[in-house]
Design a protein around this ligand. Structure first.
Ligand code: GDP
Length: 365
């Protein structure tokens, strides 16, 4: 499964946020294929469509889809030189698919800041620089190898050498790889380098309790937003401390608490949705009387691959998929009505599944 890693300097609220994640934790019996690891938190992906489908189909059971966050502790200045848990930290980041960086935007004199003052941009740059330096090292190593072959006019080597030069130039200007524009062909080579700074990034601005309803009043948040816009990253605002409390609540209680706070969606739910999008993930549904269920797939996946997410046998024996979009199903009011209205389609192997498709797979065993 794809996972987003939570990183941040000490005392910014990482553990508080990760506690909220594990507190809110998904019913693990439903997700036997998920990772069991104290550093991995599994959460349900909030999706209002699932509730509507449940009302419509009245199944015995409803199962949301899940998403994994990995807690990556141990970043300090100098990590790329092996300071602190440096190397371990970098190898953990290498394994995640996206990075959620918690940034301290709350002032609290009782809580020390590692560098003595609250300065979110400085914090972001400390971490980014460590990742950039680690990538620069990887690229330099690669240049040594490819450079010689490029001199002998080896076509592939020359192609890669040019990409490496573009990357090196960015890194030397302290810019992450994700800010460099590559063609599709170049991107294939870039991916093979397994760089840290090519991974999508989400900044999680952690504000104080009294600011979470109006985060735009917070000067730090403004700065983080400007910074992120310049480097192709996203921002969400949360109050980690409140998230810990929200995570203990469910249903109506949760909604009441949120409306008292003046926020529409909990920070954790925003974090889940944003990470999901960041990774290019989407949801399809299966809706039978036994079970209504949401499934995560990657944008661009075709019907047989999506069937394989449920069970490998479904992919191997795939015949066809009977599909109705969520909107059409809801408008029709029932599966039969949707069928009569001609909204249920039979799709084959080449069909690219869309977010919100309600699917019944037909397969041979
Ligand atoms: P970590 O080192 O990044 O894991 O930081 P922690 O989660 O341990 O938080 C460090 C301190 O900041 C703890 O005392 C938290 O209670 C406090 N803290 C975390 N988030 C908030 C917040 O949103 N508001 C305030 N006032 N304090 C917070």
């Amino acid at each position: 499964a794809l996972t987003a890693g939570i990183v941040g300097l000490p005392n910014v609220g990482k553990s508080t946020l990760f506690n909220a994640i594990t507190q809110a934790g998904a019913e693990s019996a439903n997700y036997p294929f998920c990772t069991i690891d104290p550093n991995v938190g599994i959460v349900e992906v909030p999706d209002s469509r699932l509730r509507k489908l449940t009302e419509l189909v009245q199944p015995k059971k409803t199962v949301p889809t899940a998403f994994e966050f990995t807690d990556i502790a141990g970043i300090v200045k100098g990590a790329s030189k092996g300071e602190g848990l440096g190397n371990k930290f970098l190898s953990h980041i290498r394994q995640v698919d996206a990075i959620c960086q918690v940034v301290r935007c709350f002032s609290d004199d009782n809580i020390t800041h590692v560098s003595g003052k609250v300065d979110p941009i400085d914090d972001i740059e400390v971490i980014n620089l460590e990742l950039i330096l680690a990538d620069l090292e990887s690229v330099d190593k690669r240049v040594d190898r490819v450079g010689k072959m490029a001199k002998q006019k080896d076509k592939d080597a020359m192609f890669e050498h040019e990409i490496l030069s573009m990357l090196k130039e960015a890194f030397e200007a302290e810019k992450p790889a994700r800010t460099v524009e590559f063609t599709e062909e170049q991107m294939k080579v870039v991916k093979s380098l397994h760089l840290l700074t090519i991974k999508p990034v989400l900044y999680v601005a952690n504000v104080s309790e009294d600011e979470v309803a109006n985060p735009s009043d917070n000067e730090y948040v403004k700065k983080v937003r400007e910074y992120a816009a310049n480097e192709n990253a996203e921002v969400i605002v949360i109050c980690a401390k409140i998230e810990e409390e929200i995570a203990e609540l469910e249903g109506e209680e949760k909604e009441m608490f949120l409306s008292e706070l003046g926020i529409a969606e909990s920070g954790l739910d925003q974090l889940i949705s944003a990470s999901y999008k960041l990774l290019g993930l989407a949801t399809y549904f299966t809706a039978g009387v036994q079970e209504v269920r949401a499934w995560t797939f990657r944008n661009g996946m075709k019907a047989p691959q999506c069937a394989g997410i449920i069970h490998t046998d479904f992919e191997r024996g795939f015949i066809r998929a009977e599909i109705v979009s969520y909107d059409d199903l809801l408008a029709a009011g029932s599966h039969n009505a949707a069928k009569e209205a001609g909204k249920v389609r039979l799709e084959g192997k080449e069909y690219v599944v869309q977010d919100g498709d309600v699917i019944h797979f037909r397969f041979n065993v």
